[in-house]
Design a protein around this ligand. Structure first.
Ligand code: ARG
Length: 273
């Protein structure tokens, strides 16, 4: 199946302000660029067309292309994006660049008046494959109120939103602890969710595959599912077993430099188709 991803080169990537507990050491710029190139090639080898947005000086986290907008497609209004309101001010400045990129490509912009709420794109908002349902994490970055405003707008379009409360600081975005592998199976780290949210997950999927905390904080849930593959920064016997059950072929990429900022493969792209 044809897929298009949007990425942003790490030209100005840096670990500056500590925005999550992973951000403790400095970036090796040459390695970061190499790892980014390699991820791009791995996506291309998986049949993905990669488009890029120009990096902007001083926007050190702009490389994390999953966060600035939520991308969707609606039978009547067509392709649309919902701009994020990032919790950290330094990251709020990334959003207009992404919104412009999408606007120029004809996407409808659904601006929520988020006022004091936060919403962080596909860091916290994940489509359920093949259905009109969106899983929405909140607690550390996106707020419960931000998710509520998003849910109201999506409900109007006929999409359902299921909020999930995040409780482990190391899993501050939903994409660090929850990864839909297909329409029936999800990969999660259960300790990242409140008891009620865990129940919601168990009721919503035929198969729930569990990672340990150790695996989750090594970004094993932050892989990319694409055309029968799972692009991951690491493999463990547990993950190998899960991927075999779901008929996904593991592909490894090194993302050590981006992990120093709290992100891995999933966060470095957004699928636009
Ligand atoms: N340093 C970035 C931040 O804390 C990392 C974002 C990673 N993105 C993600 N979708 N998990 O905002």
């Amino acid at each position: 199946m044809a897929k298009i991803a949007l990425m942003c080169a790490p030209s100005f990537f840096e670990v500056r302000e500590v925005k999550n507990p992973h951000m403790v050491s400095r970036v090796d710029h040459a390695r970061a660029q190499q790892q980014w190139n390699n991820l791009l090639h791995e996506l291309e080898r998986s049949g993905v067309t990669v488009e890029t947005i120009a990096p902007v000086k001083n926007l050190e986290d702009m490389v994390f292309a999953a966060n600035q907008v939520f991308v969707g497609h609606h039978s009547e209004i067509g392709k649309f994006v919902v701009p994020s309101r990032m919790r950290y001010q330094s990251r709020q400045q990334e959003v207009p660049f992404y919104v412009d990129w999408f606007r120029r490509r004809g996407y409808k912009i659904i601006d929520l008046s988020l006022t004091a709420e936060y919403l962080e794109g596909h860091g916290d908002l994940l489509w359920h494959p093949g259905s009109a349902l969106i899983w929405a994490g909140y607690g550390f970055r996106s707020t419960r109120g931000g998710v509520a405003k998003f849910a109201a707008a999506m409900t109007e379009l006929g999409f359902e939103v299921k909020p999930l409360e995040l409780v482990d600081e190391h899993c501050y975005h939903l994409d660090t602890c929850f990864n839909p592998l297909n329409g029936e199976a999800v990969l999660i780290y259960p300790g990242a969710f409140s008891a009620g949210s865990l129940e919601t997950i168990r009721a919503g999927w035929k198969r729930v595959h569990e990672l340990t905390r150790e695996e989750a904080i090594q970004f094993i849930a932050n892989g990319i599912v694409v055309n029968g593959r799972y692009i991951t920064p690491r493999l463990t016997p547990n993950l190998v077993n899960i991927l075999a059950q779901e008929k996904l072929t593991p592909v490894m990429v090194e993302t050590s430099e981006f992990e120093k900022s709290g992100g891995s493969a999933f966060c470095m792209k957004t699928f636009i188709e």
